[in-house]
Design a protein. Structure first.
Length: 329
């Protein structure tokens, strides 16, 4: 059922993509605000209550609905899986920004491209040179592909195999959203946030994302330049302060031969600034904090799209083989 659930959800998303600012996003934001207002009194235990309420409880509720409908009909269980995956998994939740930025750059309209990237990632891009602008687009797109597709894919398949239906997809996406939302409130909106809640949500999501991030990096290596991707992963993964992001970006950089990282701009997001005290060593790479490869050009955007789609095909084929083996067995 997992294979068909993912396949139908991806097809449905391509045929009828989600619009920007969906009601689900607004409802999740309101849910986090309500939970923090109701349960957060600034202590460690309160941070745990808020996290369990905002992240684990929705996943449990989704599983209960799945268990109820699947008990009567496997077809209804499949429909519920597809409906949940349609809201949690897919490219169209972020690809409109990527597409609009790429089109603007192809028209040499860097002003529009910078404004779109600023709107997407809430960073000041007004002073970025074109190469750095392209680097940011590539890095943000790779991480968005992981968090909206590959990470959700992993947790859905694992928990679905345990009979929990689409609970894994909801668990991963709410955990990612919570870790990002509290940082956004604290740093971009300048609103007071329980520091314990912020650190807890980021720590727990980092642990949840540890294995999926490395599977994503491995997939990029398999469908790209394998040797360079693995070498870049091992050599440059620690250029980024957050290891899960580092392995993905370093492997992708090696897979397509593009230079990522660098001192010229802030990190991937305001709370993910680069660190250059570890990683490449005492060679030229350490001097500018970048991976090897050529500086980004517009053509690399299409290379990244191809890399991501080939990875999707790879993991879908592996899931199909596992499904077939299970049926035969």
């Amino acid at each position: 059922m997992s294979l068909f659930s993912v396949l139908f959800a991806l097809l449905l998303e391509q045929l009828k993509p989600l619009q920007r600012g969906t009601a689900v996003h607004a409802a999740l934001t309101a849910w986090l605000r309500w939970a923090a207002h109701t349960f957060d009194a600034g202590q460690e235990r309160h941070a745990w209550v808020v996290w369990l309420t905002t992240v684990v409880l929705p996943a449990v509720l989704v599983w209960l609905v799945y268990a109820g409908v699947a008990h009567y009909s496997l077809l209804l269980g499949l429909v519920w899986n597809v409906a949940v995956l349609y809201l949690t998994l897919g490219f169209r939740q972020f690809s409109h920004y990527f597409t609009d930025i790429r089109d603007a750059l192809e028209r040499d309209d860097e002003f529009t491209a910078r404004n779109l990237l600023t709107e997407w990632r809430h960073l000041d891009m007004s002073e970025l040179p074109r190469t750095e602008l392209l680097r940011h687009v590539i890095e943000h797109s790779l991480l968005a592909a992981h968090r909206h597709v590959f990470g959700v894919f992993f947790w859905f398949v694992v928990l679905s195999a345990l009979g929990l239906g689409p609970a894994g997809a909801v668990l991963y996406r709410t955990a990612e959203f919570a870790s990002r939302y509290w940082g956004y409130r604290s740093e971009t909106l300048d609103e007071p946030t329980n520091e314990r809640l912020l650190k807890l949500s980021q720590r727990l999501f980092s642990r949840m994302d540890h294995f999926p991030a490395r599977l994503t990096a491995f997939g990029f290596a398999v469908v790209g330049n394998f040797e360079e991707a693995i070498n870049s992963w091992r050599r440059d993964g620690e250029l980024w302060r957050h290891p899960n992001e580092g392995v993905i970006l370093a492997a992708a950089a090696g897979a397509v031969g593009v230079q990522l990282g660098g001192r010229a701009a802030p990190g991937v997001t305001p709370d993910r600034s680069k660190t250059f005290t570890r990683g490449a060593g005492a060679d030229d790479l350490a001097a500018d904090g970048s991976t090897s490869g050529v500086p980004p050009v517009s053509g690399h955007l299409q290379s990244i799209v191809g890399l991501v789609w080939r990875s999707v095909v790879l993991w879908m084929l592996l899931l199909a083989l596992l499904t077939l083996a299970n049926l035969i067995g």
